[in-house]
Design a protein around this ligand. Structure first.
Ligand code: UGA
Length: 448
Protein backbone atom coordinates (compact mmCIF):
# COMPACT_ATOMS: atom_id res chain seq x y z
CA UNK A 1 0.00 0.00 0.00
CA UNK A 2 1.43 3.43 -0.97
CA UNK A 3 1.21 5.74 2.00
CA UNK A 4 2.07 9.41 2.20
CA UNK A 5 2.47 11.34 5.42
CA UNK A 6 2.00 15.10 5.51
CA UNK A 7 4.19 16.72 8.16
CA UNK A 8 7.54 15.57 9.55
CA UNK A 9 7.18 16.81 13.11
CA UNK A 10 7.50 14.21 15.81
CA UNK A 11 4.06 12.66 15.15
CA UNK A 12 4.43 12.60 11.34
CA UNK A 13 7.97 11.35 11.38
CA UNK A 14 7.31 8.60 13.92
CA UNK A 15 4.13 7.56 12.07
CA UNK A 16 5.85 7.43 8.68
CA UNK A 17 8.96 5.67 9.90
CA UNK A 18 7.02 3.07 11.91
CA UNK A 19 4.68 2.36 8.97
CA UNK A 20 7.78 1.77 6.82
CA UNK A 21 9.22 -0.43 9.57
CA UNK A 22 6.20 -2.77 9.30
CA UNK A 23 6.67 -3.03 5.55
CA UNK A 24 4.68 -0.23 3.91
CA UNK A 25 5.99 1.99 1.15
CA UNK A 26 6.00 5.45 2.73
CA UNK A 27 6.69 8.97 1.47
CA UNK A 28 7.07 11.62 4.16
CA UNK A 29 6.29 15.08 2.88
CA UNK A 30 7.01 18.47 4.39
CA UNK A 31 6.88 22.01 3.01
CA UNK A 32 10.14 22.70 4.90
CA UNK A 33 12.78 21.93 2.25
CA UNK A 34 15.72 22.26 4.65
CA UNK A 35 14.22 19.69 7.00
CA UNK A 36 13.58 17.28 4.13
CA UNK A 37 17.17 17.56 2.91
CA UNK A 38 18.36 16.90 6.48
CA UNK A 39 16.15 13.81 6.72
CA UNK A 40 17.26 12.49 3.32
CA UNK A 41 20.82 12.53 4.58
CA UNK A 42 19.75 10.64 7.70
CA UNK A 43 19.85 13.60 10.14
CA UNK A 44 17.11 13.84 12.71
CA UNK A 45 15.66 17.33 13.33
CA UNK A 46 14.20 16.19 16.66
CA UNK A 47 15.49 14.20 19.62
CA UNK A 48 13.61 10.91 19.67
CA UNK A 49 15.21 7.62 20.78
CA UNK A 50 15.24 4.73 18.26
CA UNK A 51 14.08 6.95 15.40
CA UNK A 52 17.40 7.63 13.68
CA UNK A 53 18.33 3.95 13.39
CA UNK A 54 14.88 3.16 12.04
CA UNK A 55 15.08 5.97 9.44
CA UNK A 56 18.46 4.71 8.22
CA UNK A 57 17.22 1.11 8.06
CA UNK A 58 14.11 1.96 6.08
CA UNK A 59 15.82 4.37 3.69
CA UNK A 60 18.28 1.55 2.92
CA UNK A 61 15.38 -0.89 2.42
CA UNK A 62 13.85 1.67 0.00
CA UNK A 63 10.58 1.69 1.94
CA UNK A 64 11.00 5.24 3.24
CA UNK A 65 11.31 8.37 1.13
CA UNK A 66 11.32 12.07 1.92
CA UNK A 67 10.13 14.82 -0.34
CA UNK A 68 9.19 18.48 -0.35
CA UNK A 69 7.31 18.06 -3.63
CA UNK A 70 3.53 17.70 -3.22
CA UNK A 71 3.43 16.26 -6.72
CA UNK A 72 5.71 13.39 -5.73
CA UNK A 73 3.95 12.94 -2.39
CA UNK A 74 0.34 12.86 -3.47
CA UNK A 75 -0.34 12.04 -7.13
CA UNK A 76 -0.16 8.26 -6.69
CA UNK A 77 -1.08 8.10 -2.99
CA UNK A 78 -3.90 5.81 -1.88
CA UNK A 79 -3.61 6.67 1.78
CA UNK A 80 -2.47 10.04 3.14
CA UNK A 81 -1.90 10.66 6.84
CA UNK A 82 -2.20 14.25 7.99
CA UNK A 83 0.21 14.78 10.89
CA UNK A 84 0.80 18.52 10.93
CA UNK A 85 0.65 20.70 14.03
CA UNK A 86 -2.49 22.12 15.60
CA UNK A 87 -0.96 24.76 17.88
CA UNK A 88 -2.96 26.69 20.43
CA UNK A 89 -4.57 29.96 19.39
CA UNK A 90 -4.71 32.92 21.74
CA UNK A 91 -8.27 32.00 22.83
CA UNK A 92 -7.26 28.38 23.60
CA UNK A 93 -8.82 26.90 20.46
CA UNK A 94 -6.81 24.60 18.18
CA UNK A 95 -5.37 26.38 15.16
CA UNK A 96 -6.42 24.37 12.10
CA UNK A 97 -4.56 26.43 9.47
CA UNK A 98 -1.88 23.77 8.84
CA UNK A 99 -4.41 20.94 8.73
CA UNK A 100 -6.62 22.83 6.30
CA UNK A 101 -3.79 23.75 3.98
CA UNK A 102 -2.50 20.15 4.02
CA UNK A 103 -6.00 18.95 3.05
CA UNK A 104 -6.25 21.49 0.21
CA UNK A 105 -2.84 20.49 -1.08
CA UNK A 106 -3.72 16.78 -1.02
CA UNK A 107 -6.95 17.49 -2.93
CA UNK A 108 -5.07 19.54 -5.50
CA UNK A 109 -2.57 16.81 -6.36
CA UNK A 110 -4.16 13.44 -5.66
CA UNK A 111 -5.23 11.51 -8.78
CA UNK A 112 -6.62 8.29 -7.27
CA UNK A 113 -9.36 7.44 -4.81
CA UNK A 114 -7.86 8.27 -1.47
CA UNK A 115 -8.39 7.82 2.25
CA UNK A 116 -7.11 10.76 4.26
CA UNK A 117 -6.29 9.73 7.81
CA UNK A 118 -6.01 12.43 10.47
CA UNK A 119 -3.30 11.87 13.07
CA UNK A 120 -3.21 15.51 14.13
CA UNK A 121 -5.27 16.28 17.23
CA UNK A 122 -8.32 18.11 15.88
CA UNK A 123 -11.60 19.33 17.39
CA UNK A 124 -14.84 17.45 16.94
CA UNK A 125 -16.24 17.75 13.44
CA UNK A 126 -12.90 18.60 11.81
CA UNK A 127 -12.58 15.33 9.87
CA UNK A 128 -15.93 15.80 8.21
CA UNK A 129 -15.09 19.42 7.41
CA UNK A 130 -11.83 18.24 5.86
CA UNK A 131 -13.75 15.86 3.63
CA UNK A 132 -15.93 18.74 2.38
CA UNK A 133 -12.86 20.92 1.88
CA UNK A 134 -11.08 18.25 -0.15
CA UNK A 135 -14.15 17.52 -2.25
CA UNK A 136 -14.37 21.23 -3.03
CA UNK A 137 -10.69 21.43 -4.07
CA UNK A 138 -10.11 18.11 -5.85
CA UNK A 139 -9.08 18.30 -9.51
CA UNK A 140 -9.95 14.73 -10.54
CA UNK A 141 -13.26 12.84 -10.25
CA UNK A 142 -12.01 10.74 -7.38
CA UNK A 143 -13.54 9.49 -4.12
CA UNK A 144 -12.20 11.09 -0.96
CA UNK A 145 -12.77 9.32 2.36
CA UNK A 146 -11.57 10.42 5.77
CA UNK A 147 -10.67 8.57 8.96
CA UNK A 148 -9.59 9.70 12.39
CA UNK A 149 -6.65 7.75 13.81
CA UNK A 150 -5.42 9.66 16.87
CA UNK A 151 -1.95 9.10 18.25
CA UNK A 152 -1.15 8.23 21.86
CA UNK A 153 2.62 8.59 21.65
CA UNK A 154 4.73 10.12 24.35
CA UNK A 155 7.65 12.23 23.22
CA UNK A 156 10.85 10.45 24.11
CA UNK A 157 9.27 7.01 23.78
CA UNK A 158 7.19 7.53 20.65
CA UNK A 159 8.72 4.64 18.67
CA UNK A 160 8.36 2.27 21.62
CA UNK A 161 4.77 3.43 22.13
CA UNK A 162 3.93 2.85 18.45
CA UNK A 163 4.88 -0.81 18.76
CA UNK A 164 3.60 -1.36 22.30
CA UNK A 165 0.49 0.81 22.47
CA UNK A 166 -2.57 -0.32 24.41
CA UNK A 167 -4.90 0.27 21.47
CA UNK A 168 -5.22 1.76 18.01
CA UNK A 169 -8.36 3.86 17.53
CA UNK A 170 -9.88 4.12 14.07
CA UNK A 171 -12.85 6.41 13.52
CA UNK A 172 -14.48 6.12 10.11
CA UNK A 173 -17.79 6.69 8.35
CA UNK A 174 -17.93 3.17 6.91
CA UNK A 175 -16.70 -0.31 7.78
CA UNK A 176 -15.02 -0.41 4.36
CA UNK A 177 -12.77 2.58 5.18
CA UNK A 178 -12.15 1.39 8.73
CA UNK A 179 -11.03 -2.04 7.54
CA UNK A 180 -8.47 -0.55 5.11
CA UNK A 181 -6.85 1.36 7.99
CA UNK A 182 -7.17 -1.72 10.20
CA UNK A 183 -5.27 -3.79 7.64
CA UNK A 184 -2.48 -1.21 7.44
CA UNK A 185 -2.07 -1.41 11.22
CA UNK A 186 -2.41 -5.20 11.61
CA UNK A 187 1.38 -5.88 11.74
CA UNK A 188 1.60 -3.80 14.94
CA UNK A 189 -0.47 -6.54 16.64
CA UNK A 190 -2.17 -4.03 18.91
CA UNK A 191 -5.91 -4.25 19.75
CA UNK A 192 -7.94 -2.09 17.38
CA UNK A 193 -10.99 -0.13 18.44
CA UNK A 194 -13.27 0.98 15.60
CA UNK A 195 -15.63 3.87 16.28
CA UNK A 196 -17.45 6.71 14.58
CA UNK A 197 -15.31 9.68 13.56
CA UNK A 198 -16.79 11.83 16.33
CA UNK A 199 -15.97 9.25 19.01
CA UNK A 200 -12.39 8.91 17.79
CA UNK A 201 -11.96 12.69 17.87
CA UNK A 202 -13.31 12.72 21.44
CA UNK A 203 -11.16 9.76 22.57
CA UNK A 204 -7.99 11.69 21.85
CA UNK A 205 -9.01 14.78 23.83
CA UNK A 206 -10.58 12.76 26.63
CA UNK A 207 -7.43 10.61 27.02
CA UNK A 208 -5.10 13.60 27.33
CA UNK A 209 -7.49 15.51 29.59
CA UNK A 210 -7.90 12.47 31.84
CA UNK A 211 -4.14 11.96 32.15
CA UNK A 212 -3.65 15.67 32.91
CA UNK A 213 -6.39 15.35 35.54
CA UNK A 214 -4.77 12.25 37.05
CA UNK A 215 -1.43 14.04 37.44
CA UNK A 216 -3.14 17.12 38.82
CA UNK A 217 -5.13 15.09 41.31
CA UNK A 218 -2.04 13.39 42.65
CA UNK A 219 -0.29 16.76 42.85
CA UNK A 220 -3.11 18.14 44.99
CA UNK A 221 -2.97 15.07 47.23
CA UNK A 222 0.81 15.59 47.43
CA UNK A 223 0.37 19.19 48.55
CA UNK A 224 -2.04 18.01 51.22
CA UNK A 225 0.38 15.25 52.30
CA UNK A 226 2.86 17.99 53.22
CA UNK A 227 0.39 19.44 55.73
CA UNK A 228 -0.51 16.16 57.37
CA UNK A 229 2.94 14.53 57.28
CA UNK A 230 2.05 11.77 54.83
CA UNK A 231 4.34 10.65 52.01
CA UNK A 232 2.98 10.99 48.47
CA UNK A 233 5.03 8.08 47.13
CA UNK A 234 3.48 5.73 49.67
CA UNK A 235 0.06 7.22 49.03
CA UNK A 236 0.42 6.92 45.22
CA UNK A 237 1.53 3.32 45.63
CA UNK A 238 -1.34 2.66 48.02
CA UNK A 239 -4.00 3.97 45.67
CA UNK A 240 -2.32 2.91 42.41
CA UNK A 241 -2.26 -0.72 43.45
CA UNK A 242 -6.02 -0.64 43.13
CA UNK A 243 -6.33 -1.69 39.50
CA UNK A 244 -9.31 0.59 39.04
CA UNK A 245 -6.93 3.51 39.62
CA UNK A 246 -3.68 2.13 38.19
CA UNK A 247 -0.08 3.05 39.09
CA UNK A 248 0.86 5.00 35.99
CA UNK A 249 0.78 8.81 35.86
CA UNK A 250 0.72 9.13 39.62
CA UNK A 251 4.13 10.75 39.91
CA UNK A 252 3.70 13.97 41.85
CA UNK A 253 5.81 16.94 40.88
CA UNK A 254 5.74 20.53 39.77
CA UNK A 255 3.08 20.00 37.17
CA UNK A 256 2.76 18.82 33.61
CA UNK A 257 4.02 20.72 30.58
CA UNK A 258 4.79 19.91 26.97
CA UNK A 259 3.20 20.41 23.61
CA UNK A 260 0.17 18.22 24.31
CA UNK A 261 -1.50 18.35 27.73
CA UNK A 262 -1.55 22.16 28.04
CA UNK A 263 -2.73 22.68 24.44
CA UNK A 264 -5.28 19.86 24.42
CA UNK A 265 -6.83 20.70 27.80
CA UNK A 266 -7.26 24.31 26.64
CA UNK A 267 -8.74 23.18 23.32
CA UNK A 268 -11.20 20.80 25.01
CA UNK A 269 -12.27 23.52 27.42
CA UNK A 270 -12.74 25.89 24.50
CA UNK A 271 -14.84 23.29 22.67
CA UNK A 272 -17.01 22.68 25.72
CA UNK A 273 -17.61 26.42 26.03
CA UNK A 274 -18.73 26.45 22.39
CA UNK A 275 -21.57 24.17 23.51
CA UNK A 276 -22.17 26.31 26.60
CA UNK A 277 -21.04 23.34 28.66
CA UNK A 278 -19.13 24.35 31.79
CA UNK A 279 -16.39 21.70 32.02
CA UNK A 280 -15.55 22.59 35.63
CA UNK A 281 -13.13 19.73 36.39
CA UNK A 282 -11.04 20.57 33.35
CA UNK A 283 -11.04 24.24 34.25
CA UNK A 284 -9.70 23.35 37.71
CA UNK A 285 -7.05 21.03 36.27
CA UNK A 286 -5.67 23.86 34.13
CA UNK A 287 -5.79 26.32 37.03
CA UNK A 288 -4.21 23.96 39.58
CA UNK A 289 -1.43 22.92 37.21
CA UNK A 290 -0.55 26.55 36.59
CA UNK A 291 -0.05 27.02 40.34
CA UNK A 292 1.72 23.70 40.80
CA UNK A 293 4.48 24.81 38.42
CA UNK A 294 5.42 27.46 41.01
CA UNK A 295 5.04 25.15 44.01
CA UNK A 296 8.76 24.66 44.67
CA UNK A 297 9.50 28.34 44.47
CA UNK A 298 6.60 29.06 46.82
CA UNK A 299 7.94 26.48 49.27
CA UNK A 300 11.27 28.26 49.23
CA UNK A 301 9.50 31.55 49.88
CA UNK A 302 7.56 30.06 52.76
CA UNK A 303 10.94 29.23 54.32
CA UNK A 304 11.72 32.97 54.16
CA UNK A 305 14.55 32.41 51.73
CA UNK A 306 15.58 35.15 49.36
CA UNK A 307 17.50 34.44 46.19
CA UNK A 308 18.49 38.04 45.60
CA UNK A 309 22.11 38.00 44.37
CA UNK A 310 22.32 34.29 45.24
CA UNK A 311 23.79 31.79 42.80
CA UNK A 312 20.96 29.47 41.89
CA UNK A 313 20.96 26.59 39.41
CA UNK A 314 17.97 25.18 37.55
CA UNK A 315 18.63 21.54 36.62
CA UNK A 316 16.58 20.05 33.81
CA UNK A 317 14.88 22.40 31.38
CA UNK A 318 12.79 20.20 29.09
CA UNK A 319 9.16 19.51 30.03
CA UNK A 320 10.21 15.93 30.83
CA UNK A 321 13.35 13.81 30.36
CA UNK A 322 14.47 12.20 27.08
CA UNK A 323 13.20 14.95 24.82
CA UNK A 324 14.62 18.28 23.68
CA UNK A 325 11.21 19.94 23.88
CA UNK A 326 10.84 22.93 26.18
CA UNK A 327 7.31 23.91 25.20
CA UNK A 328 5.30 24.85 28.31
CA UNK A 329 8.15 23.52 30.47
CA UNK A 330 7.85 24.52 34.16
CA UNK A 331 11.58 25.41 34.05
CA UNK A 332 10.88 28.49 31.95
CA UNK A 333 8.57 30.04 34.53
CA UNK A 334 10.96 29.05 37.30
CA UNK A 335 13.88 30.77 35.58
CA UNK A 336 11.80 33.87 34.92
CA UNK A 337 10.73 34.24 38.54
CA UNK A 338 14.26 33.66 39.87
CA UNK A 339 15.65 36.29 37.50
CA UNK A 340 12.92 38.72 38.54
CA UNK A 341 13.97 38.23 42.13
CA UNK A 342 17.54 39.12 41.26
CA UNK A 343 19.13 35.66 41.46
CA UNK A 344 22.23 34.84 39.43
CA UNK A 345 20.93 31.87 37.49
CA UNK A 346 22.87 28.98 35.95
CA UNK A 347 21.02 26.33 33.95
CA UNK A 348 21.79 22.86 32.71
CA UNK A 349 19.95 20.34 30.57
CA UNK A 350 21.36 17.43 28.54
CA UNK A 351 19.31 18.34 25.44
CA UNK A 352 17.78 21.82 25.58
CA UNK A 353 20.62 24.29 26.14
CA UNK A 354 20.43 25.91 22.71
CA UNK A 355 16.66 26.32 22.85
CA UNK A 356 16.83 27.95 26.29
CA UNK A 357 19.72 30.19 25.26
CA UNK A 358 17.58 31.45 22.38
CA UNK A 359 15.01 32.66 24.90
CA UNK A 360 17.17 33.97 27.74
CA UNK A 361 20.46 34.86 26.00
CA UNK A 362 23.08 36.33 28.33
CA UNK A 363 20.69 36.63 31.26
CA UNK A 364 21.75 33.09 32.28
CA UNK A 365 24.96 31.10 32.67
CA UNK A 366 24.99 27.85 30.71
CA UNK A 367 26.79 24.91 32.32
CA UNK A 368 28.29 22.01 30.37
CA UNK A 369 27.26 19.28 32.78
CA UNK A 370 25.07 18.77 35.81
CA UNK A 371 28.11 18.54 38.07
CA UNK A 372 29.66 21.69 36.65
CA UNK A 373 26.31 23.48 37.14
CA UNK A 374 26.18 22.87 40.90
CA UNK A 375 29.73 24.08 41.52
CA UNK A 376 29.75 26.88 44.08
CA UNK A 377 26.00 27.59 44.01
CA UNK A 378 23.72 28.55 46.91
CA UNK A 379 20.63 26.59 45.82
CA UNK A 380 19.56 23.95 43.30
CA UNK A 381 16.11 23.59 41.75
CA UNK A 382 15.58 20.23 40.06
CA UNK A 383 12.83 20.64 37.49
CA UNK A 384 13.30 17.65 35.15
CA UNK A 385 14.35 14.17 36.21
CA UNK A 386 17.03 13.34 33.62
CA UNK A 387 19.22 10.35 34.61
CA UNK A 388 22.32 12.56 34.64
CA UNK A 389 20.65 14.74 37.26
CA UNK A 390 19.29 11.85 39.36
CA UNK A 391 22.80 10.39 39.45
CA UNK A 392 24.24 13.35 41.36
CA UNK A 393 24.91 12.02 44.85
CA UNK A 394 24.26 13.94 48.06
CA UNK A 395 28.01 13.85 48.70
CA UNK A 396 28.55 15.65 45.38
CA UNK A 397 26.06 18.35 46.37
CA UNK A 398 27.85 18.69 49.69
CA UNK A 399 31.27 18.85 48.12
CA UNK A 400 30.44 21.20 45.29
CA UNK A 401 27.71 23.56 46.44
CA UNK A 402 28.41 26.60 48.54
CA UNK A 403 25.63 25.32 50.75
CA UNK A 404 23.55 22.20 50.17
CA UNK A 405 20.08 23.64 49.60
CA UNK A 406 18.19 21.37 47.22
CA UNK A 407 14.66 21.85 45.93
CA UNK A 408 13.54 18.77 44.06
CA UNK A 409 10.44 19.20 41.89
CA UNK A 410 10.47 15.60 40.68
CA UNK A 411 11.17 13.62 43.85
CA UNK A 412 14.41 12.22 42.41
CA UNK A 413 15.82 11.11 45.77
CA UNK A 414 14.58 9.19 48.78
CA UNK A 415 13.92 11.34 51.85
CA UNK A 416 15.59 8.74 54.08
CA UNK A 417 18.75 9.06 51.99
CA UNK A 418 18.74 12.87 52.33
CA UNK A 419 18.46 12.53 56.11
CA UNK A 420 21.86 10.84 56.22
CA UNK A 421 23.58 14.04 55.04
CA UNK A 422 23.77 17.60 56.38
CA UNK A 423 21.65 18.93 53.52
CA UNK A 424 18.39 20.80 53.19
CA UNK A 425 16.23 18.79 50.86
CA UNK A 426 12.74 19.97 49.95
CA UNK A 427 10.59 17.92 47.58
CA UNK A 428 6.91 17.53 46.65
CA UNK A 429 4.41 15.80 48.93
CA UNK A 430 7.05 14.47 51.33
CA UNK A 431 8.75 15.40 54.55
CA UNK A 432 11.17 18.32 54.23
CA UNK A 433 14.69 17.65 55.45
CA UNK A 434 16.05 20.85 56.95
CA UNK A 435 19.74 21.05 57.73
CA UNK A 436 20.30 22.42 61.24
CA UNK A 437 22.88 24.89 59.97
CA UNK A 438 20.72 26.30 57.17
CA UNK A 439 19.84 29.57 58.84
CA UNK A 440 23.48 30.14 59.79
CA UNK A 441 24.94 29.44 56.40
CA UNK A 442 22.19 30.94 54.28
CA UNK A 443 21.88 34.68 54.69
CA UNK A 444 18.18 35.26 54.93
CA UNK A 445 17.85 38.48 53.11
CA UNK A 446 14.88 40.47 51.89
CA UNK A 447 14.71 41.44 48.26
CA UNK A 448 14.95 45.21 47.79
C1 UGA B 1 1.20 12.98 26.05
C2 UGA B 1 0.46 11.65 26.24
O1 UGA B 1 1.07 10.88 27.28
C3 UGA B 1 0.45 10.83 24.96
O2 UGA B 1 -0.34 9.67 25.12
C4 UGA B 1 -0.14 11.70 23.83
O3 UGA B 1 -0.18 11.01 22.61
C5 UGA B 1 0.70 12.95 23.69
O4 UGA B 1 0.67 13.67 24.93
C6 UGA B 1 0.12 13.77 22.56
O5 UGA B 1 -1.03 14.22 22.67
O6 UGA B 1 0.76 13.89 21.50
P1 UGA B 1 3.76 13.73 26.15
O7 UGA B 1 3.23 15.13 26.20
O8 UGA B 1 4.84 13.41 25.18
O9 UGA B 1 2.57 12.69 25.83
O10 UGA B 1 4.36 13.39 27.56
P2 UGA B 1 3.91 12.60 28.90
O11 UGA B 1 4.88 11.52 29.13
O12 UGA B 1 2.49 12.24 28.87
O13 UGA B 1 4.17 13.74 30.00
C7 UGA B 1 3.46 14.97 29.95
C8 UGA B 1 3.76 15.79 31.19
O14 UGA B 1 3.21 15.19 32.35
C9 UGA B 1 5.26 15.96 31.50
O15 UGA B 1 5.50 17.30 31.85
C10 UGA B 1 5.52 15.02 32.64
O16 UGA B 1 6.58 15.44 33.47
C11 UGA B 1 4.18 15.10 33.38
N1 UGA B 1 3.90 13.90 34.20
C12 UGA B 1 3.68 12.70 33.63
C13 UGA B 1 3.84 14.04 35.57
O17 UGA B 1 4.02 15.14 36.13
N2 UGA B 1 3.55 12.94 36.34
C14 UGA B 1 3.32 11.73 35.79
O18 UGA B 1 3.05 10.75 36.55
C15 UGA B 1 3.40 11.60 34.39
Amino acid sequence: MKISVAGTGYVGLVTGVCLAEIGHDVICYDVDKVKIEQLKSGHLPIYEPLLEESIERNIRAKRLHFTSSPLEAYTQAEIVYIAVGTPEKIDGAANLDYVNSAAKEIATYVQKDVIVVTKSTVPFGTNKQLKELMNAHKRYPIKVDVASNPEFLREGSAVHDTFHGDRIVIGAESEEVASVIEKINEPFKIPIIKTSIESAEMIKYAANAFLAMKITFVNEIANLCEYIGADIQDVANGIGTDQRIGKKFLRAGIGYGGSCFPKDTHALLHLSHNFNYPFSILESVIHVNHHQQMRLYEKAKSMALSFFQKKVVVLGLTFKPNTDDIREAPSLRMIEVLLEEGAVVTVYDPAAMKAVEQIFGDRLTYAKSALEAIEGVDAVFIVTEWDEIKEISFSSYLLRMKQPLIFDGRNCYQVEQAKKYPVTYVSIGREDVICATLSNTYTIQSAP
